[in-house]
Design a protein around this ligand. Structure first.
Ligand code: NI
Length: 166
């Protein structure tokens, strides 16, 4: 946070598959796994393209999270399927050590393409919906602290969740 590239709107991927795109995706998975992240967007490694990845099997940073399939999503679109929002604690590899309580739509449909150009479309709830909204925010230049409504619910993970910090 503080790097101006994280506040820019990323550009759509024009041609895929490509070797460059595969390299980018591999770099993103390496980064996400090294840092125990649940998701990552290309601008977080300095590439302003509309590519996000996410997936949760069992993640020590998110012990209560439901599993989310490992997904590469290119040129994503999110369609709200409710006006209802729910609050949940989020963290971000670009805002290390912090957590904040963020409202997100509880039910969305998302679409986009995988790395081969095959269309993806899913209807999701809860944590899966939250994670995709967080990652798509990144490619629109939005970081989760910008969505916190009550700044009393923003702080250090080690203070807010001493039992899970480590
Ligand atoms: Ni993030």
């Amino acid at each position: 946070m503080g790097d101006p590239r994280l506040l820019e709107e990323s550009k759509p991927v024009e041609d895929f598959p490509s070797a460059g795109l595969n390299d980018l995706i591999e770099d993103m998975f390496d980064t996400m796994q090294a840092l125990n992240g649940a998701g990552l967007a290309a601008p977080q490694i300095g590439v302003l393209e509309r590519v996000v990845i996410f997936g949760v099997d069992s993640n020590p940073r998110y012990p209560d999270a439901e599993p989310v399939p490992t997904t590469v999503l290119i040129n994503p679109r999110i369609e709200p399927l409710t006006r209802e929002r729910e609050y949940g604690w989020e963290g971000c590899l670009s805002v290390p050590g912090m957590r904040g309580l963020v409202p997100r739509l509880s039910h969305v449909r998302y679409s986009g393409f995988d790395r081969h150009g095959t269309p993806i479309e899913r209807e999701v709830h809860g944590f899966h919906a939250r994670i995709v909204q967080h990652e798509v925010d990144h490619i629109d230049g939005v970081l989760y602290p910008m969505r916190i409504e009550d700044m009393r619910h923003f702080g250090f993970e080690s203070e807010l969740f001493p039992e899970s910090a480590g």
